[in-house]
Design a protein around this ligand. Structure first.
Ligand code: 5GP
Ligand code: MN
Length: 323
C-alpha cells in the first residue's frame, strides 16, 4: 500500500499549481459539498482558481449553500483542466464525473476505505468530517475562514456527525463546530435549511421505507426496501438518514436500507452499532465508507441480493468480528 501523505506534502503539491477542478462523490452530501466549496473559497483567497464539479444536479437541500452557484453539474471534466482535487472520494469512479483520472490529482478524505489513487493522498480517518481537514489546509495556505466558509464547514461537521449523534462526535468535532459558529455560522438557521425544509414527497417516501421494515436474527438486524416504483411514484430520491430509523430500534445492531435506484440496481446503506465493520462488508461489494456507516451498489433483484447480503451480515455478526 502507498504511504499516506502529510499536510505539508499537500501544501507543497498545491504550491506551483493554480487551476483546479474540485470533485467529490456521487450523491453528494453536506460534507462533500461543504468541503468542496470551502476549499474553492480558500484557494481563491490565495490566488488559485477552481471549479467545483458534480456528476448530477445539486441536491435540493444544499442549493442554499454559500457559493453553490460555483457548482457545475457535468458528465466529464472540462478539457482545459490541468489538476484535480478529490474530496471525500474513495476512488475516481465514485466521483461520478469522467476524466478526473487523466489529471495530476490530490486526494483528501477521512474514510477508512480509500483507494489511494492520486499522486498525493492525504487521508485522516480521525477527522469527523473532511471539512475539518479542509480547514487545516486553508489555514496552512494562509487563508482566513470567512463567514461563508464557516457556514460550509459547519454544514460538513453537522451532517457527517448525524447532527452530533454519531460516534465521531468527539471533543475535536465539537470544538470545530464551536469555532465555526464564532466565525459566523448560524446553527439554527443551518439546521432549518438542512433538516427543516423537506418536500412532502420525502416524508411519503420515508413512510414507504418504514412500512417495509423487517427484523431478523432475533431483532439484531433490521432492514427496509424501497423498490424503483416507490421512487417513481413519490418523485424524489432523497433517502438521507432513513436507515437511522431502523438502526434506532431497541436491540438492533446492524441495519440496512435497500434502494432500487434503477430497475435491477440496488444501492445499499448500512449502519452498525460497532459490532460489525460495515465498511468492510460494503468493500466486498465494491463499496466503502466508515466502520459504522457504509454503502455499496449491487446489481440484481432485491429478493436475491437482499438475502445474500443479509446472510453475510448475519454471519459476521455471529462471528463477532470486524468491529
Ligand atoms: P450512505 O448510506 O449515507 O449513502 O453512505 C454512508 C457512508 O458510506 C458515507 O460515508 C458514504 O460516503 C459511504 N458510501 C456510500 N456508498 C458508497 C460506495 O458505493 N462506495 C464508497 N467507497 N463509499 C460509499
Ligand atoms: Mn465525510
Amino acid at each position: 500500500m502507498k504511504p499516506l501523505d502529510s499536510l505539508e506534502r499537500v501544501v507543497e503539491w498545491l504550491g506551483p499549481r493554480d487551476d483546479f477542478v474540485i470533485a467529490s462523490h456521487a450523491d453528494p452530501d453536506g460534507d462533500s459539498l461543504g468541503s468542496s466549496l470551502a476549499l474553492a473559497m480558500g484557494l481563491e483567497q490565495v490566488g488559485k482558481r477552481s471549479t467545483v464539479v458534480i456528476g448530477q444536479p445539486l441536491p435540493r437541500r444544499y442549493r442554499w449553500l454559500p457559493g453553490s452557484s460555483r457548482v457545475v453539474s457535468v458528465e466529464r471534466i472540462p478539457t482545459d483542466t490541468r489538476a484535480s482535487i478529490l474530496v471525500e472520494c474513495s476512488e475516481f469512479g465514485r466521483s461520478g464525473v469522467l476524466g478526473l483520472d487523466t489529471l495530476e490529482s490530490l486526494n483528501i478524505d477521512h474514510h477508512t476505505k480509500n483507494g489511494m489513487y492520486a499522486e498525493v493522498n492525504w487521508i485522516d480517518p480521525s477527522a469527523a468530517a473532511t471539512g475539518m481537514m479542509v480547514r487545516d489546509l486553508t489555514d496552512a495556505l494562509g487563508a482566513e475562514v470567512t463567514a461563508p466558509m464557516a457556514t460550509l464547514l459547519y454544514v460538513a461537521v453537522l451532517t457527517d456527525t448525524g447532527s452530533f449523534h454519531h460516534s465521531n462526535t468527539d471533543a475535536r468535532a465539537m470544538a470545530f463546530a464551536s469555532d465555526m459558529l464564532a466565525r459566523g455560522a448560524n446553527a439554527s438557521e443551518i439546521a432549518e435549511q438542512v433538516y427543516g425544509d423537506y418536500p412532502a414527497a420525502r416524508i411519503h417516501l420515508m413512510g414507504d421505507a418504514l412500512s417495509s421494515l423487517k427484523r431478523m436474527a432475533a431483532g439484531r438486524i433490521a432492514f427496509m426496501y424501497l423498490p424503483f416504483s416507490a421512487f417513481e411514484r413519490r418523485g424524489t430520491r432523497d433517502t438521507e438518514a432513513f436507515v437511522n430509523h431502523a438502526q434506532g430500534i431497541d436491540g438492533v445492531q446492524v441495519s440496512l436500507l435497500f434502494k432500487e435506484v434503477d430497475p435491477g440496481v440496488l444501492r445499499i446503506s448500512l449502519r452498525s452499532d460497532g459490532s460489525v465493520d460495515v465498511a468492510e462488508v460494503a468493500s466486498h461489494h465494491g463499496g466503502g465508507g466508515h466502520p459504522r456507516a457504509a454503502g455499496c451498489q449491487i446489481e440484481g433483484a432485491f429478493e436475491q441480493v437482499g438475502d445474500r447480503l443479509l446472510n453475510e451480515v448475519h454471519e459476521v455478526l455471529e462471528e463477532g468480528i470486524g468491529g
